[in-house]
Every structure is written in C-alpha cells, then in structure tokens.
Ligand binder design. Structure first.
Ligand SMILES: Cc1cc2nc3c(=O)[nH]c(=O)nc-3n(C[C@H](O)[C@H](O)[C@H](O)COP(=O)(O)O)c2cc1C
Length: 186
C-alpha cells in the first residue's frame, strides 16, 4: 500500500490538454510510496442548489468521494481570460458543499498551472488560492508551480522538459512532507 494517495485534477477538458498531460507525466514519475490517480471534469453539471437538494448527481458524488478518499489534491489548470476555467470553478463549487464540512475542508492542495504564454497561468494560480481559501482547503504556500511555454515542453502526451519535471517533483516532495507532518499522519 502506498504511503500517500494523491488525486490529480485537470482544469482542462481538452483531449490534447497540456495540463492533463502534465498530470499523466507526474503520475508516471511519482517517487516510491506516492501514488496518484488523474481525474478530468467531464460530466460534472453546472452547480445548481436545487439539484443539490433534490439529489446530488452521480458524477458529482464520485468526484466528491475521490477527493475525500485522497490524502491530497494536485490541481493542474490552464488560465482562461486571466482566471481559472469555468469548469474548474464549477467543480470546486460542487466540492465545497456542505460549506465548512465539505471534502475540501482541510484538504491539502498543490496548485500547478501551465500555459503556452510566458506568464504560465499565474493569474489563474492567484485566483485559485483565493477560492480555495474560501472553502478552507489547506493550500501549500510554497512552491507555486507555473509552467510557461508549455506547448514546447509536451510531446506524445507527456511533459518532456526535464527542468519543469524536476521543479514539479520537488514540489510534490515538499507537498508530501507537509501532508506527512499533519497531526493525523504523525
Ligand atoms: C477561452 C480561452 C481563454 C484563454 N485565456 C488565456 C489567458 O488568459 N492566459 C493564458 O496564459 N492562456 C490563455 N488561453 C490559452 C490557454 O492557456 C491554452 O489554450 C492552453 O492550451 C489550455 O490548456 P490545455 O492545453 O490544458 O487545454 C486561453 C484559451 C482559451 C480557450
């Protein structure tokens, strides 16, 4: 059994998504003792409080359970119009319920953004921090992983830029250490 079970969530639905590719590369490269499953947000309906009251959709229940069953979440997202993609905000809204006692409450989160732009999604990264704070998630303060110019760093659905992968794996190491130091693990 692995020491840590992480959940990678991609903020892009695109088939050839760079962000999903980054997560799959990370999944293949995890150090011993850490496993990660990768999830995309296909099938999550628009958040609707009536729908929630009448019966939470199965895709949302599965999404919430996947978060609940993980020791930590790695969000890997593009930036759309200087913010996070709507599908990701929508999924986080579902995951944030019930307020203050949701699967996101106290959940350790590492944020990664990647973009073909020089800025690498930094504005989405900042927005995600604010939104995750609102649902009491435990976002790792450092490092903040940003992968700029990502189109030149992906080949065959995998991140092939060694410097970016090392930066990511160092961040995962810091994330794992932070999770391990939490009271329920020590
Ligand atoms: C609606 C839309 C808005 C975008 N806005 C930004 C932006 O503000 N900043 C940025 O760096 N890239 C922006 N992009 C480019 C995305 O970073 C690029 O499409 C990226 O490949 C999406 O991530 P993916 O490869 O994981 O699908 C935008 C793309 C779309 C479709």
């Amino acid at each position: 059994m692995p020491d840590l079970n992480l959940l990678g969530i991609s903020g892009s639905l695109r088939r050839e998504s760079s962000n999903t590719s980054v997560l799959h590369t990370l999944q293949d490269s995890m150090p011993a003792g850490i496993e990660m499953s990768v999830l995309t947000l296909h099938g999550i309906p628009p958040y609707d409080q009536d729908l929630e009251r009448e019966g939470v959709p199965r895709t949302v229940q599965e999404f919430r359970s996947a978060i609940e069953g993980s020791d930590g979440v790695i969000l890997c997202s593009p930036e759309y119009n200087c913010g996070m993609p709507g599908v990701l905000k929508n999924a986080l809204d579902w995951a944030s319920r019930p307020a203050f006692a949701s699967p996101m409450t106290g959940k350790p989160v590492l944020i990664v953004t990647s973009s073909p732009a020089f800025t690498g999604g930094v504005r989405a990264q900042a927005q995600l921090r604010e939104v995750l704070a609102g649902m009491l998630a435990r976002v790792i303060v450092w490092p903040q992983v940003v992968i700029p110019g990502v189109y030149g760093k992906i080949e065959g659905g995998r991140l092939v830029d060694e410097a970016s992968l090392k930066f990511l794996l160092d961040a995962v190491g810091a994330f794992a250490a932070e999770i391990a130091a939490l009271p329920r693990y020590s």
